[in-house]
Design a protein around this ligand. Sequence first.
Ligand code: ADP
Ligand code: MG
Length: 603
Amino acid sequence: MPIELLRPEVSSKIAAGEVIERPASAVKELVENALDAGASRIQVEIRAGGIEFIRVTDDGIGIPSTQVELAFQRFATSKLSRAADLESVSTLGFRGEALPSIASIARVEMRTRSQDEDSGTHIEFEDGELISQSSAGLPVGTTLMVRNIYRNFPARRKFLRSPASEHSRIHSVISHYAMAYPEVAFELRADRGRPFTSPGDGDLRDAVSTVHGRRVAESMLEVSSEGDDLTEPAVGGLIGPPTLDRANRTYISLFVNRRWIQSRSISYAIEQSYHGFMAERRYPVAVVNISIPYEDVDVNAHPAKAEIRFKRENQVFGAVQKAVRKTLTEHAPVPEVSHRAVNRSDAGSYPQTRRSPEPAAFWPTAPFSASRGTHGSLGSSPASHHTMDLGDFLAPHDSSETTPPPPGVTPGKALPVLRVLGQIGNTYVVAEGPDGVYMIDQHAAHERVMFERVRTQAAAGTPDIQSLLEPTVVELDSDKMELILHESEAMSGMGFVLEPFGDNAVILRGVPALLNESDQAGALVDVLDLMAEGGGFETWEERAAYSIACHGAIRAGKILSPEEMRELVTQLEECAQPNTCPHGRPTMIHMSSGQLEREFGRT
Ligand code: ADP
Ligand code: MG
């Protein structure tokens, strides 16, 4: 289809003006354009996390010379023409907004040659204005260069994060699309860190291997289910064995018709399937694509296209859950896991699946255009489900100094010496002080204790280290590897003793003694995940301390001995800010003697 301006009755139906928020959003749009153009090779180069420079090169069909300028106009697209087309979008792009949006906030240069023409076009824009256009001898395909995002928009530029953090977002975009399109060779090069490349050999496992490491990829189990008829969702991909558990959901990658999406409910469907196989509050590694008729999903629901709307969400939820569960039970006997009892670094020893030579077998590709069928709802309602993890109830970062103190507790005031009386619900420690009763949340309190200790030890340069009897090689995701290399100071400040070992692994020689951990490799992976997630903390020192505290703190529900309770309370008494956890939630509730007397009508 040629590029054309959408008629107003179509463009008015498009979910509001897309904003390029940050370099990663520009990269995502450009990579999606390259994929829509049928590229088999996509190279991305960035400088300063993409803030200074982005170049995306593809070997796709290119743009005919007469249409290049048009491509930069708002609502100019070759991907749909009628309003009805919006009901069944089969391409990643469809709004004709990306190129004009990017050109309006940066200096942009495109070189492109259509497969049908002998020469190509070179065109330049600055802040949305056309600067030059000329013909040029070029290979077939398209290169887009973006310079100085938001240079003329200081207010927006302020919202960009550090180059390292923008880089990691771009890395995430590329690595996800590399898993969605195993037949496309991706490359990401930056002015810092090692390049990321995927082979583009069409084998999902090979693509996953470049992202999550070879051992993880090899241990993963194939999911492949076709719906009963063509109108039902087909679920394909690779999922980790239950022994491969992680501290958060970031290892669950979801795609719908190979579009990378975020979906709390589908993620939950996967987590639920592991129920009974995996400890509470641990999350699987999964790379799952749902193939579904285009008309059953609304991709026009979110400006960044990250969230989509399913026509029949229950049906999709059920299909995912069924497919994942089937894979897990087929690979039984699946070991029952008691919390932390499994050595997670052992994932490679899980019985391996046969490698499929045929990617299509476990990665059904998208081309669905089947007609609509009628369905009853399957499975349970995802909307009614909710899981709890730290992320759910920890407020966004809120410095404890500014948080209102818990009831009855004066902020910043040191704790008096307390006498432990016992434990309630295996979750709260009850203690008596000079003025009444204190109920202490054992998890929140221990988080506070660990948070302060890590920070103090790191600041003094004297972390307590638990040395490993035998150094262990730990394989890591490429982005975690980056994190280690660039935050080596934060890592060693906490007490991790490690050195790089090849491209995707480290030799671990010691871990923070504070963690009191038997599975050191697993602890390293967890702490890195938590650091990457950040927990709302900005500096790497705080992120590191938060990560240790979050990983290592005693859980709610754990029975504590009287000694353990006394130890916890003593440690809390020593804290500078004993009243709140690192995120500002209360660690304790105090009921004064006066209050007690009033409640019992003694005064
Ligand atoms: P959309 O992708 O929503 O159509 P864009 O603004 O991203 O809107 O792109 C406008 C048009 O420019 C596309 O419809 C496509 O025809 C063309 N185009 C953009 N990038 C490329 C590319 N890398 N290769 C070929 N054509 C492209
Ligand atoms: Mg586009």
